[in-house]
Design a protein around this ligand. Structure first.
Ligand SMILES: Nc1ncnc2c1ncn2[C@@H]1O[C@H](COP(=O)(O)OP(=O)(O)OP(=O)(O)O)[C@@H](O)[C@H]1O
Ligand SMILES: [Mg+2]
Length: 388
């Protein structure tokens, strides 16, 4: 049985039709943590390039060996050409450097002096390197930049976007707005008041209640931090037209008809439940879904068995002592067949619940996917009419 057989034929996602559709300019790979977003994004990018498109893949935190295979040896926040594309197309790849993206965002939105003040601010430094939601916010920001460049000079006609590792796929859609609301929100504004009012004068005008509130807060998070937040918000407030607005703009970009979402899930109950929520959410937000990729589907290929082990097993068989080895092999085989049947049931349940969602099944390869050959194998497995 083949991985693709877990999905009914009529439900097959035609990945090549998607990659060949020149009206599609952005493909976003989403899914919960560890399901294969980065791998699938790279595989889609390579396959699209092999089929003649000029592609840039924005990866987030790729495994080191995969990064090396893509020629990414350091975080430099700009796309680099990937060697080894077959045919007329081209592939470039980059890893998101969230802090650099944020720094560049500040620099390009303010004069050098003010940018320097912001970049040196301790609250900014923690916001830009470790705040919940910053990675999602900056992935969107980078996508916006790549898109701007693609439109300005035609370097790329397809951008494939990986999304940050998070427990829930929904974080990619929600985190930028959450961060935007936080930074633009009431709480931050209250904190920012003194910076705008010109320093300590604010204490006089605040109600006793709020004064107590800030003094409790400074005990909890430290007076210096509060001052840093106040200075930071005071200095960025007028520059960006609001973080929230910016998050809303990129959100709208994802609703455009030239964008396609690919949701990735492992063939397991929790991952598929998560994928269901995500599919429903995309529909509710009018975001265009291309389909689901069911990644790491079990196949019934006979377990890998090296020559020495096989010879030894044969010897034991000949000596009449083979039961434990053959039994173990049979158990592995039985386990794989049972897994495949379970995965097939889960896939059927998903397709029954989401009748209009096409699905591609990708087999679990024996090792990690860390070279172009592996990525090509994954790309080919997603194609309805496989190359071979
Ligand atoms: N079809 C597959 N067969 C074998 N290994 C795979 C397959 N897909 C992904 N992997 C491996 O699984 C691991 C996780 O994949 P990947 O990094 O793409 O997931 P991710 O969704 O991007 O994770 P994160 O949420 O942490 O970003 C990697 O080591 C990758 O090589
Ligand atoms: Mg990843």
């Amino acid at each position: 049985m083949n991985a693709r057989d877990v999905v009914p034929r009529s439900k097959n996602l035609d990945i090549d039709a998607l990659l060949d559709d020149r009206s599609i300019r952005v493909i976003v790979c989403c899914g919960s943590g560890g399901v294969g977003k980065t791998t699938i994004a790279a595989a889609l990018g390579l396959r699209a390039a092999d089929r003649g498109r000029d592609v840039v893949v924005l990866t987030i935190d790729p495994a080191r060996r995969l990064a090396q295979a893509l020629g990414l040896t350091e975080l430099d926040n700009d796309p680099r050409p990937v060697a080894g594309v077959e045919g007329e197309g081209s592939l470039a790849a980059m890893m998101l450097d969230m802090k650099r993206t944020f720094d560049e965002f500040v620099e390009s939105n303010s004069d050098p002096e003010r940018a320097a003040t912001i970049l040196a601010n301790p609250f900014y430094q923690s916001l830009s390197s470790s705040f919940a939601g910053t990675q999602e916010y900056m992935a969107m920001e980078k996508l916006g930049q790549l898109r701007g460049k693609a439109e300005a000079d035609g370097t790329w006609d397809l951008i494939v976007v990986d999304t940050p590792p998070s427990r829930s796929a929904l974080d990619f859609l929600d985190a930028p707005r959450r961060l935007g609301s936080f930074l633009d929100g009431r709480f931050i504004r209250l904190l920012a008041a003194p910076a705008k009012a010109g320093g300590k004068a604010y204490l006089r005008v605040l109600s006793a209640g709020f004064g107590m509130f800030t003094s409790v807060l400074s005990k909890i998070i430290g007076g210096q931090v509060l001052t840093d937040v106040q200075t930071f918000v005071g200095s960025v407030d007028t520059l960006f037209g609001g973080f929230r607005q910016r998050a809303d703009d990129t959100f709208a970009m994802l609703q455009a008809a030239d964008t396609a979402f690919v949701v990735i899930a492992a063939p397991e109950r929790d991952a598929l439940r998560e994928a269901s929520y995500f599919v429903e959410r995309l529909e509710a937000d009018a975001m265009p879904l291309a389909g689901l990729v069911l990644n790491r589907v079990q196949t019934t290929k006979v377990p890998d068995l090296d020559a020495a082990t096989a010879t030894a097993a044969a010897a034991r068989l000949e000596a009449g002592k083979a039961t434990s080895v053959t039994a173990a092999l049979l158990r592995i085989h039985a386990d794989r067949v049972a897994t495949l049947a379970r995965q097939k049931r889960l896939a059927e349940r998903f397709t029954a619940a989401h009748r209009n969602v096409a699905v591609a099944a990708v087999p679990a390869l024996p090792g990690d996917v860390a070279d172009l050959a592996g990525l090509r194998q994954i790309g080919a497995s997603m194609s309805v009419a496989p190359d071979k």
